[in-house]
Design a protein around this ligand. Structure first.
Ligand code: MG
Length: 300
């Protein structure tokens, strides 16, 4: 099941994507749960238990509910447009990306022995087709990083590796847009990665019941049609259960938390000379089975 957040007829809604681009309003299925009508995915995640997800799928395949519209009729937003707290990110979690960044970043760590975490403010995160707007007075070295994003589905602390996957609600594509000059100047990653519009997410959340193995997915990025990144999520240095177990050992994870799992090689900074994003560039980030993001760069 793919869960969307969109505007239709001047109203923001959570929806479900069916076959032939049919879009259903989530609240048309509200008899399947007790409680309120969610207006955001953050509100919906606790209601969308495995049982409710299964019932929604059955209701759609049985034509019990009519679609609201089609995908062509909506404006997509980031599935979680206003995360309740900063997005948790991993740095250097693909070996080939560590190699391309060797000697180019301030942290001096080549292949990490413990996961490198940082956070990224995305308030709001932008949608699959929104513009990445760059402030030219702040940065001239804007880069892309396609990443597999995890969305946490239930609260947990001290989560074991063997239980970790059951804490995931679903998966989406992220672009961890990064201002390299700001990262270098400030010797820390938060500001350079938290510029407004620097976090495209989406195009929707794919529920974990539809992703047989999230660690065997092709992950790629193109700039103006030129393939720059082309990896597989099986190359993660710290895999998904390790990340969830490690993070949650002393830090509670909550429904709606977003974790970006790192990027494979091929970022602009890795080229000689570097290939940073320019005004008008179109960046496409995709992951097998999860869809893709297409964001135009606008430098002001
Ligand atoms: Mg990143």
């Amino acid at each position: 099941m793919k869960i969307l957040y969109f505007t239709h007829s001047n109203e923001k809604k959570v929806g479900i994507l069916g076959i032939n681009k049919a879009v259903y309003a989530l609240n048309d299925f509200s008899k399947l749960w007790k409680g309120d009508l969610p207006t955001t995915l953050n509100d919906a995640i606790p209601l969308l238990t495995d049982e409710v997800v299964q019932q929604i799928k059955e209701a759609i395949s049985g034509d019990e509910i009519a679609p609201l519209c089609t995908l062509d009729d909506v404006q997509l937003h980031a599935p979680i447009e206003y995360p309740r707290r900063n997005i948790i990110c991993l740095g250097k979690n693909y070996r080939d990306h560590c190699e391309e960044m060797e000697g180019k970043t301030s942290d001096m760590i080549d292949i990490p022995t413990f996961p490198i975490y940082f956070s990224k403010s995305a308030f709001p995160a932008i949608g699959a087709y929104d513009e990445i707007v760059v402030n030219a007075s702040v940065t001239t070295q804007v880069d892309y990083e396609v990443e597999l994003a995890l969305v946490i589905g239930k609260e947990g602390r001290g989560i074991s590796k063997s239980d970790a996957m059951s804490y995931i609600f679903g998966y989406m594509v992220a672009n961890d847009v990064s201002a390299r000059d700001v990262q270098m100047r400030h010797i820390q990653w938060l500001l350079g990665k938290s510029q407004d519009s620097f976090c495209p997410l989406g195009p929707w959340v794919t529920h974990r019941s539809e992703v047989a193995n999230p660690q065997a997915l092709r992950i790629y990025a193109e700039v103006n049609g030129e393939r720059r990144q082309d990896g597989c999520t099986d190359q993660l240095i710290f895999n998904i259960p390790t990340i969830i177990s490690d993070l949650s050992a002393g830090m509670t994870l909550y429904p709606g938390d977003i974790i970006l799992t790192g990027t494979p090689s091929g970022v602009g900074m890795g080229f000689e000379p570097p290939k940073y994003l320019q005004d008008g560039d179109e960046v496409m980030c995709g992951i097998e089975g999860l869809g893709h993001l297409v964001n135009r760069v606008c430098i002001r």
